[in-house]
Design a protein around this ligand. Sequence first.
Ligand SMILES: Cc1cc2nc3c(=O)[nH]c(=O)nc-3n(C[C@H](O)[C@H](O)[C@H](O)COP(=O)(O)OP(=O)(O)OC[C@H]3O[C@@H](n4cnc5c(N)ncnc54)[C@H](O)[C@@H]3O)c2cc1C
Length: 446
Amino acid sequence: MRGRHQHHDAVVVGAGFAGLGAARELLEAGLSVQVLEARPRVGGRTLTRYLPDGTQLDLGGQWIGPTQHRIRELVDHFGISTYPTPAHGDPVVDIGGERLTSPPPEVDSLLEEIDLLALQITPERPWDAPEARAWDQQTFASWLAGTGYSEAAIRYVARVVSGGLLAGAPAEASLLETLFYVASAGGIQPLMGYEGGAQETRIVGGAQSIAEHMAAELPSGVLRLAEPVTAVEYDSAGARLTTTTHTYTASRVIVAVPPTLAARIRYDPPLPALTDSALQRTPAGGALKVHAVYPTPFWRDRGLSGMSTSDSGVLTETVDNTPPNSPRAVLTGFVYGDEAVLLRGRSLEERRQIVLERLGELFGDQALSPDDYVEFDWMAEEWTRGCFSGHLVPGSTVTFGPALRAPVEVVHWASTETATEWNGYFDGAVASGRRAAEEVRAALGK
Ligand SMILES: Cc1cc2nc3c(=O)[nH]c(=O)nc-3n(C[C@H](O)[C@H](O)[C@H](O)COP(=O)(O)OP(=O)(O)OC[C@H]3O[C@@H](n4cnc5c(N)ncnc54)[C@H](O)[C@@H]3O)c2cc1C
């Protein structure tokens, strides 16, 4: 028999940054709130783990950047310390078979072209851009192919933009969706940069700790863990939510989960066609983040920063991910697109071998034998299903984009995928939660 709970002004589904951000705003507005989280933990796409010797690994999201004011406010509010991403030496830029320390001018100029096109996008309404329809029907790959740049420059930009930013292959996203993503962050440099960019700062204690602080601040009983919402029955007066163990009623609902999971909840009545189509057309990205742990940051002795970007090989990017005062050193790599698909088909031992061989090519033979090799596949996680975030597939932003965050009766939508600023990031998730909370507050006249 299912337990029943008191009626709330709002039930929030999901305790990632979007859901926790929404709950904070609703509580501040004096509304009664219940947060229902499927996992036995908060933080969604953040997960901080410690190896037995205390070496810290952020298996999910980890960085914040200087223009991400909302997440920064939270970090400051909780008195959480931060530290800069280590950069003691030269990066490796492996492009067209050459090993450089910065991308060639041709790459900069291609990235500038993307920036210039992104200026034509209003992130709240990408579908209104003058060439929105044509850009939506073209993939980022086909646009790149027509730019006239060298094959190496195109391959490099395809990998670092589609992979590094959208966590997919360049044929998986439209030009419009790619430009929207760039515009929502304020440009390529804020997105791709370390110093001055989204990868500038790390969190002492790991990024998941921000979510844990947010959860700890909620009044007792507001958050219920290990309660996946399986069904939402709704009409214009309110909603009834069913979890695996209880039912809840509320005047308003905020679904703060990635679209691919929002689509797996059963709605009664079924969602309007446009909303359901928008959710179906926003699959999660397929990045793999891997960590190799070494006794020392040996690459620094060779004058290398541990940062690399490559137009070939399994790892598009690597970074020195060693926390300050860490007992051991960490190199982290990212695998995207086709490489991620191929790697997922291999055994753990084969994946380890392939990744370490590439690290060896980039940083020398010492990279071949780490003490530990750790990976975590967000695609295999029942309550995430892919990373970093989801994106509308080609041809669908103009038609279905507006439906992704339009409320349906009393059901509102949050998650970083619905954000218009810093879409795909913690900051966007918090912003989306606040926007949905504001919709609820206004609807309830509070
Ligand atoms: C490997 C990786 C690296 C990343 N790097 C960065 C980075 O460095 N910086 C950055 O800003 N961002 C990064 N991101 C993206 C960032 O983590 C996300 O944008 C952000 O955490 C999304 O928050 P969210 O609240 O929208 O969604 P989520 O974090 O996915 O939260 C959704 C929550 O809903 C729960 N849920 C799902 N379905 C149900 C259900 N039916 N009922 C109840 N609960 C449910 C989930 O368990 C989850 O807790 C990274 C992500 C990954 C995976």
